[in-house]
Design a protein around this ligand. Structure first.
Ligand code: SAM
Length: 191
């Protein structure tokens, strides 16, 4: 169904589709937010960047995981998504997130800032994945990791082999692959 809707709405996922992605079935069974933060290698005290947080469900879990000594920055190209993240931060009383509108092509942070950069069902929407990957490389610390999680039902789902080709062509090497065709996570480090 989402693949059909997406056929007519190209570009970044419109806000009205956020509810289709952010549903209880996904949160409880397939991709529970707390377990996802652990799967992504997020540890207390880290400085983390989330690209394309959508409604912010996974941003909140990451912020709880990094704790009082860590920080999570979240950038999304859609202002309405950032509004939703900020609303959720207020509702959940989470104070260690900085959410702003920005494009993955031009990340508004200094070189070497982040321990972990992650994104969930985002890469297939980015017009120039190579340009975004070069930005991830720039803002990642020397021993940091870049993490991609993809779900097959996402209409913009890229195959793992495609993502590996993009990432290894822009200065990363694969550190770990978790999951299966339906739900995979790829963890890269600087080559
Ligand atoms: C399919 S949604 C996924 C949302 C969230 N990660 C999740 O899994 O629930 C993709 C998100 O990526 C954002 N996005 C798309 N292209 C982007 C870009 N070039 N830079 C930053 N965010 C982008 C969209 O606005 C949307 O919020």
């Amino acid at each position: 169904m989402m693949k059909i809707v997406r056929h007519f709405f190209k570009g970044p996922m419109p806000e009205f589709m956020a509810g289709l992605i952010d549903n209880p079935w996904r949160r409880r069974i397939i991709q529970p937010p707390d377990k996802t933060a652990i799967r992504h290698g997020i540890m207390p005290g880290m400085t983390v960047l989330e690209i394309g947080p959508g409604t912010g469900t996974y941003t909140i879990a990451s912020a709880r995981r990094v704790g009082d000594h860590g920080r999570v920055m979240a950038i999304d190209i859609e202002p309405k998504m950032i509004e939703r993240v900020q609303k959720k931060m207020a509702q959940e009383e989470v104070n260690n997130i900085e959410a702003q509108v920005a494009n993955a092509h031009d990340i508004p942070y200094e070189d070497g800032t982040f321990d972990v950069i992650y994104m969930i069902t985002v890469m297939g929407e980015i017009p120039s994945p190579e340009r975004a990957l070069r930005e991830f490389h720039r803002v990642l610390s020397s021993n940091g990791t870049v993490v991609f999680s993809e779900l097959f039902p996402d209409p913009d789902y890229p195959r793992a082999s495609t993502l590996i080709r993009w990432a290894t062509g822009t200065g990363f090497k694969l550190k770990q692959k978790i999951g299966n065709f339906f739900y995979y996570t790829l963890i890269f480090e600087k080559d």
